[in-house]
Design a protein around this ligand. Structure first.
Ligand SMILES: Cc1cc2nc3c(=O)[nH]c(=O)nc-3n(C[C@H](O)[C@H](O)[C@H](O)COP(=O)(O)OP(=O)(O)OC[C@H]3O[C@@H](n4cnc5c(N)ncnc54)[C@H](O)[C@@H]3O)c2cc1C
Length: 375
């Protein structure tokens, strides 16, 4: 417990906060930047529990994507055509905002395309292939390309077996999430926004004339508060439709001569992999132990890591010897519907949370919209 705050510390760092944001992921950083742009004289602060930004934004796979065909069909079946198209538009525009703000070279953005993988003659392949003309027609106005989706004639060019079929999305890209967040942090510093790291907020309360934020280290008082804690939010707000969803990831050592390039989706997005230079990053398989993975505690499990390795050996790089360099996990925030929660819960407290597996694409806009909840 550290509550031995000096008058000087209190005065210089903690007092007179106009706008506080909890969480320094893509959403929190964009929200703070937006607020400071609109109100340059305000004291804007971000409070982060980790020593670094420690949420999904720096632990994800770096797919700059807006939907594989199976994902779009599923969205349309659940929510209707218009809602599916609105979400594609939001993801596409969010990606363009992110690229403008950060700059492609600052986050290693590469447009190698995205691919959905199927087994030859599977029902899924026949079903989703038949949707290509339909999606090309409806997405042309949003993406500005006549043929967003195409069939790939020969999947063996990437090193896959002959029984693999691919549908390509030419407008998908990939990026380095760590560099993306580092570039946003540099903007936050340059804008004069104060970042507190290593401070976990345990409780928040709208007192009517200010907001109280309680932590073990200090208590803060702010005029307005935006909560951008995504998969960790139910620790602060247990009654929201938002559950944590852990996702495990591994990355190989460099594989000389690797032919695989781009972002790949398999099994309705439950598996995803990409090249990182000459390495392969592979993640997912949370559907094999959904209960165990409904947690906001970081960790990897033998069953998921083995499943990922078996998939690597059977489908991604058959007949190769692979060495794993690194494994980790990250926490997503999910709910009954795919749309994020962006709303005020009291006069002075707002939320920008529940980004599912789309935060790279929509995080910039969700942060901006969160800041705009307030006058
Ligand atoms: C393994 C994995 C792979 C993914 N791959 C992709 C992908 O390829 N493409 C894509 O678009 N999306 C992907 N996602 C989803 C995407 O990463 C998230 O949607 C996005 O990063 C969410 O951003 P955020 O700012 O809302 O939350 P986060 O980045 O999770 O940030 C929340 C922050 O709040 C902090 N925090 C939480 N509680 C407190 C508290 N009480 N006090 C202080 N600080 C607190 C956390 O430490 C964290 O830094 C993936 C997610 C995971 C886990």
């Amino acid at each position: 417990m550290y509550k031995n705050v000096s008058y000087w510390e209190q005065n210089a760092f903690i007092d007179n906060i106009d706008f506080a944001v909890i969480g320094s992921g893509i959403v929190g950083l964009n929200a703070a930047l937006t607020r400071k742009e609109q109100y340059p004289n305000e004291k804007v602060v971000i409070i982060e529990r980790g020593p670094l930004p420690s949420g999904a934004s720096t632990k994800n796979a770096g797919f700059a994507c807006f939907g594989s065909i199976s994902e779009l069909v599923s969205d349309m079946e659940q929510n209707g055509e218009q809602a599916m198209l609105d979400l594609v538009k939001k993801r596409w525009e969010g990606l363009q905002r992110l690229r403008e703000k950060v700059g492609d070279q600052n986050m290693d953005y590469q447009e190698y395309g995205g691919y959905e993988l199927y087994y030859e003659e599977s029902e899924e392949y026949e079903k989703y292939k038949s949707y290509i003309p339909y999606f090309n027609q409806c997405l042309a106005a949003i993406i500005g390309e006549e043929k967003v989706f195409t069939e790939v004639a020969d999947a063996t060019q990437f090193g896959f077996n002959k029984n693999i079929r691919l549908i390509k999305n030419i407008a998908e890209g990939q990026l380095h999430p760590g560099k993306m967040i580092r570039a946003l942090l540099e903007k936050v510093n340059a804008a004069g926004i104060q970042l507190f790291t290593g401070v976990t907020i345990d409780q928040v309360e709208d007192l009517g004339n200010s907001v109280l934020l309680k932590s073990e280290l200090f208590d803060f008082s702010a005029q307005q508060l935006l909560i951008a804690t995504n998969g960790f939010t139910n620790r602060l707000m247990p009654n929201l439709d938002l559950q944590p969803a852990r996702n495990q990831v591994l990355i190989t050592k460099p594989i000389p001569g690797l032919r695989l390039k781009g972002c790949f989706h398999f099994d309705e997005g439950y598996y995803y992999f990409r090249n990182v230079g000459e390495r392969i990053l592979l993640g997912g398989a949370r559907n094999i132990s959904p209960l165990e993975e409904t947690t906001d505690i970081f960790g990897t499990t033998a069953i998921i890591q083995e499943t990922l390795m078996n998939f690597m050996a059977s489908t991604i790089l058959p007949k190769s010897t692979i060495e794993i360099d690194h494994t980790w996990s990250g926490i997503m925030g999910v709910g009954a519907t795919k749309s994020p929660i962006i709303k005020k819960i009291s006069n002075r407290i707002g939320l920008s949370v529940r980004l599912g597996g789309m935060g790279v694409a929509i995080g910039t806009i969700v942060g901006e919209e969160g800041a705009n909840l307030f006058d």
